[in-house]
Design a protein around this ligand. Structure first.
Ligand code: NAP
Length: 247
C-alpha cells in the first residue's frame, strides 16, 4: 500500500526507543502522526522535530485513552508501548504482573477496540503490533513478559480473522534485543543496563525495527506482511535443557 493511501497514524510508546524513531519515519512519509506516551516533555521535543501530535497519557488509563482518541480516524496503528519487569512466576511481584498485563496486553486490546471499527467502516487500515521473540520462544527470565507478548502474537493473527474481507492489514514485528531504555527501566539504572545488555553486543537499533515497519506498511495493498522476526546476527533463540536426575 503506498503510504499516501494512509492519512493518520497513531504510535504508542512514542517518547523514546523504537516508538520515537517510528514517529519520525512516518512523519517523513507525510502522515499525520499521533504520538502517545506519558512523558509530556519528550513528546513535545518530538513534536518540535517531527510535527507529530503529542498525547501525554498513561496508556493503562482507558477512559483517558478513549478521550484522547476521540475524533481521530486512525489508518495506521503501531502498538509499540511495552514494559518488561524482572521475575519468573516464582519470583515476580504483584506489580510486575499487573503492570505488564495492563501495558502490554490490556491497552493493546482497548486500542484495537477503539480504532479498528473505524478501519473496517472505511475499508482501510493497518495495525502493527510490536511483540518480541519472547512471544514465540521460551528462555529463562521474565515469564510474565513472555505471557503478555505471546498474547500479542495470538491477537495479531486473530485480528486478521476479525478483519476478514476488509482491506485491513496486520503485521506483528517480533524483535530480539534492541538498544533502547527497556532494560534500564527494568533495572532502574540505565548505565548498569548498558553494561549488562549492550556493551560489547551488536544489538539491533530502533532504526532496524522502523525499517521493517516501513517495508510492511509500504508493501503493495494486496500484500499482508504478517510476522516479521528480527534478531541481531549474533543472538540466537532456542536451546534445550534436560536436567539429569536419578532420585
Ligand atoms: N528493546 C528490546 O530489546 C525489545 C525487544 C523486543 C521487543 N521490544 C518491544 O518493543 C516495544 C518498544 O520498547 P523499547 O525497547 O523501545 O522500550 P523503551 O525505550 O523502554 O520505550 C518504551 C515506551 O513505552 C512507553 N510506555 C511505557 N509504559 C507506558 C504507559 N503506562 N503509558 C504510556 N506509555 C508507556 C514509554 O513512554 P513513557 O515512559 O513516556 O510513558 C516509552 O515511550 C515494547 O513493546 C517492547 O516490549 C523491545
Amino acid at each position: 500500500m503506498p503510504f499516501s493511501d494512509y492519512k493518520t497514524a497513531l504510535v504508542t510508546g512514542a517518547s523514546t526507543g523504537i516508538g520515537a524513531v517510528v514517529v519520525e519515519r512516518l512523519a517523513k512519509q507525510g502522515l499525520e502522526v499521533h504520538a502517545l506516551a506519558r512523558d509530556a516533555g519528550r513528546l513535545d521535543d518530538l513534536a518540535r522535530r517531527t510535527g507529530c501530535v503529542p498525547h501525554a497519557v498513561d496508556i493503562t488509563d482507558t477512559s483517558a485513552l478513549t478521550g484522547e482518541l476521540h475524533g481521530v480516524d486512525v489508518d495506521l496503528l503501531v502498538n509499540n508501548a511495552g514494559v518488561s519487569r524482572s521475575g519468573n512466576i516464582l519470583t515476580a511481584d504483584e506489580f510486575a504482573i499487573d503492570e505488564q498485563i495492563a501495558v502490554n496486553v490490556q491497552a493493546v486490546l482497548h486500542l484495537v477496540r477503539l480504532v479498528m471499527p473505524g478501519m473496517v467502516a472505511r475499508d482501510l487500515g493497518h495495525i502493527v503490533n510490536i511483540s518480541s521473540i519472547a512471544a514465540v520462544y521460551n528462555f529463562g527470565g521474565n515469564t510474565i513478559y513472555h505471557a503478555t507478548k505471546s498474547a500479542v502474537h495470538t491477537l495479531s493473527r486473530q485480528l486478521r480473522v476479525d478483519a476478514y474481507g476488509r482491506r485491513i492489514r496486520v503485521t506483528e514485528i517480533c524483535p530480539g534485543r534492541v538498544e533502547t531504555e527497556i532494560f534500564g527501566r527494568l533495572l532502574g539504572d540505565m548505565e548498569e543496563a548498558r553494561r549488562q545488555y549492550y556493551d560489547g553486543y551488536e544489538s539491533l537499533k530502533p532504526e532496524d525495527i522502523a525499517d521493517a515497519i516501513e517495508y510492511a506498511v509500504g508493501s503493495p495493498r494486496h500484500v499482508n506482511i504478517g510476522h516479521v522476526e528480527i534478531l541481531p546476527t549474533f543472538q540466537v533463540p532456542g536451546g534445550l535443557n534436560f536436567e539429569r536426575r536419578t532420585d
